[in-house]
Design a protein around this ligand. Structure first.
Ligand code: URA
Ligand code: CA
Length: 442
């Protein structure tokens, strides 16, 4: 069948067979399907969707476009974690060391930031010397010795996702449930963990703006994980305002260190404890998530979580002094305070606009090949529900280049909605999804 006929088939809402999906991914990777045809296919999928079976075939075809990492030489149940993306979301950097300190090995591959969302790998690179591009052998060795390693995916891990993601990013086809599931689950399956905890974000800073879409996305990912014999839990979390106060690479490392030191913002800490409690449960070191949560709180209080972070920094070549003295992290030259022009309650903080504002400052990439500035970003002084007086600080902008400051400031200001009524704050954790079903907390 000509590939054009397959595009028409999908465009008309018909189902593709396993063979058709397999050959599509194989030929795309081999360069036999040009980007313009694949773009049309992606847009057809975006509009007509895919059945659960088609999504499973797509995921497996993407897994098989590269290598599957064998983690069997690491003792214990290896648990992976993935977020569908957020703003100011430094969860992994705080969460992974606490989980490792609790005795669950964490072999984590993380991404770089793109568009308005940040990426763990960029953030970690703001620690002087920290290496994120390691061989798989070295990665496994560190997990065996330290219990944790976080690296950038090697080029042979689900290469179909790299090629497809780049195309989706420039063709308006990111926010498609089948394509997000294929992208995330193929990477998770290829990365070789036994169990997976997913953070499915929803709200203004997430790809799934609507809660019901996030729930659907989480449910499909859990179903596919279960079918592929992975233990899996998904949490739907609220990304209607940025997580924590800091947005920007080195600023977020500082914030993660705060959480590891038993301080730090409440929402970020709570999300870590929630995701972590399930990681401990799936990792077999506790019987219930509640027990997991208490164990993590104790580990943080005893300083073991922060010590584990120091161990990973050392193992990956980072400068320990920077972790012990976070003021040594790169910090932008200038700081501008953004003040409220009226009084009231903070009703809304549009995370996407904040993410875009940080990107304009240089914290994120507009294009894949853009250079980023690890030292710039935004620190919020008020979150949703806070009272604010006229002239009071809403946020601080850390910047090096005043050329784009005006644009960033305008976006940042427009992200805040202030009004007289005290807003009803929705919970941070909206639902959990597992083999046992869905629990909602709304
Ligand atoms: N994160 C991913 O890795 N892939 C997506 O498609 C969306 C978020
Ligand atoms: Ca943050």
């Amino acid at each position: 069948m000509r590939f054009c006929d397959l595009i028409v088939k999908k465009r008309n809402g018909q189902k593709l067979s396993e063979e058709e999906i397999k050959s599509m991914i194989k030929e795309f990777i081999e360069g036999k399907i040009p980007d313009y045809q694949m773009s049309a296919m992606l847009m057809s999928i975006f509009f007509t969707g895919m059945s659960n079976n088609e999504i499973k075939y797509l995921t497996m075809a993407m897994v098989n476009s590269g290598k599957i990492i064998n983690l069997s030489s690491i003792p214990g149940i290896k648990v992976d974690k993935h977020s569908t993306g957020g703003v100011g979301d430094t969860t992994t950097i705080a969460l992974a060391p606490m989980v490792a300190a609790a005795g669950v090995p964490v072999a984590k591959m993380s991404g770089r930031g793109l568009g308005h969302t940040g990426g763990t790998i960029d953030k970690l690179e703001s620690i002087e010397g920290f290496k994120t591009e390691l061989s798989i052998d070295k990665f496994i060795k560190i997990v065996r010795e330290v219990g944790i390693s976080i690296i950038s995916p090697t080029s042979d891990l689900a290469p179909a996702d790299k090629k497809l993601y780049a195309l989706r990013d420039v063709t308006g086809t990111i926010e498609s449930i089948p394509l997000i599931v294929g992208s995330i689950m193929s990477k998770k399956i290829a990365a070789g963990a036994d169990a997976i905890v997913l953070d499915v974000t929803t709200g203004s800073g997430a790809f799934m703006k609507e809660y019901k879409d996030a729930l659907k996305l989480g449910k499909i990912m859990v179903d596919i994980g279960l079918e592929l014999e992975k233990e899996i839990v998904a949490i739907v979390s609220n990304m209607d305002e940025p997580l924590g106060f800091a947005i920007g690479n080195s600023l977020e490392v500082k914030e993660a260190i705060e959480v590891l030191k038993n301080r730090g913002p409440e929402d970020l800490r709570n999300l870590c404890l929630e995701l972590g409690s399930y990681m401990l449960k799936l990792g077999g070191v506790v019987k219930t998530p509640e027990e997991g949560r208490n164990k993590l709180i104790k580990i943080i209080e005893e300083g073991k979580a922060f010590n584990k972070f120091k161990e990973i920094v050392m193992a990956q070549g980072g400068n320990l002094r920077v972790i012990e003295n976070p003021e040594l992290l790169p910090l932008a030259k200038y700081c501008l305070k953004i003040k409220a022009d009226k009084s009231g309650y903070i009703q809304k903080i549009d995370s996407q606009l904040i993410g875009e504002s940080a990107m304009i400052l240089g914290a994120g990439r507009e294009k894949k090949e853009s250079e980023i500035d690890l030292s710039v970003g935004i620190v919020l002084k008020k979150k949703v529900g806070c009272k604010v007086g006229t002239g009071e600080d809403l946020a601080e902008i850390y910047y090096n280049n005043s050329k784009k400051l005006k644009e960033a400031k305008k976006k940042l200001l427009s992200s805040f909605t202030i009004s007289n009524k005290k807003p009803k704050k929705s919970p941070l954790i909206l639902a959990t999804i597992s083999g046992q079903g869905i629990k909602e907390f709304l």
